[in-house]
Design a protein around this ligand. Sequence first.
Ligand code: SIN
Ligand code: FE2
Length: 220
Amino acid sequence: MTFDLFDNLDDPDHAGRRAEPLADGAVVLRAQARDAAPRLLEAVHAILASAPWRNMITPGGLRMSVAMTNCGGAGWVSDANGYRYDSLDPLSGRPWPAMPEIFLELATQAAALAGFPDFMPDACLINRYVPGTRLSLHQDRDERDLRAPIVSVSLGLPAVFLFGGQRRADRPARVRLVHGDVVVWGGPARLTFHGVAPLADGDHPLLGRERINLTFRKAL
Ligand code: SIN
Ligand code: FE2
C-alpha cells in the first residue's frame, strides 16, 4: 500500500515523494532527501575534514566493514569496551563536528511527516558503504530515550535494507533504498532488527561507488 503525502497539500511538483508504510511505526519516505542531497553531501565532506572515516572495532574484536564518523553533541562509538555514545571523537580527543543546520532541518521534517513531530536529534551517525560492504542485523538500543524515532537517509548507490521484526530470528523484509530515500522507525517499531545486505557495485552520478547513510538519533 502507498499513499501520497502531498495529495492534499497543493504541491503539484512533489517530485516522486511518497510514503510507503513498512510496519506500525515505520515508513519509507521516498525521495524526501533528494533535493537536499547535494547540500547534505557538502556538509558530510566538511565533517570529514575534522572527523575522518574510520572502521571501528566491535567489542568482540572484529573490524566493522562499514566506515563511520559522527556529528552532533554525541557520536556512536564501538571498541573493545563496548558500544556507547561519546561527546568526544576518540581519534582526535575533540568534540564531534556540530550538527549542520541542513541535517537538523531534514531530520525533523522527515520525523514530523512520519508522525513524530517533537523529534530533536542530538547525534548523527554517518556510515559509508562500498561494493561488498554489509551491516548485519542489529537493534539501535544504545540511546537513552527509546521514545524518539530513528531517521535514516540514503545517499549514493542503492542498497537492500533489511527490516525484520522484534526478534533477531524474524525474517526481514528486503526494501530497496535509493538516493534520497528516508526511512523513519519509532514507537512500536523502534527496536526492530535491521541491517543492510552486501552493497552491489554501481556508479552513482554524485557518489561513484559509494553509499552514504545518515542516521539521526536522540542519544542523550
Ligand atoms: C544503521 O542501521 O545504522 C544504518 C542503516 C543503513 O545504512 O541504511
Ligand atoms: Fe542501525
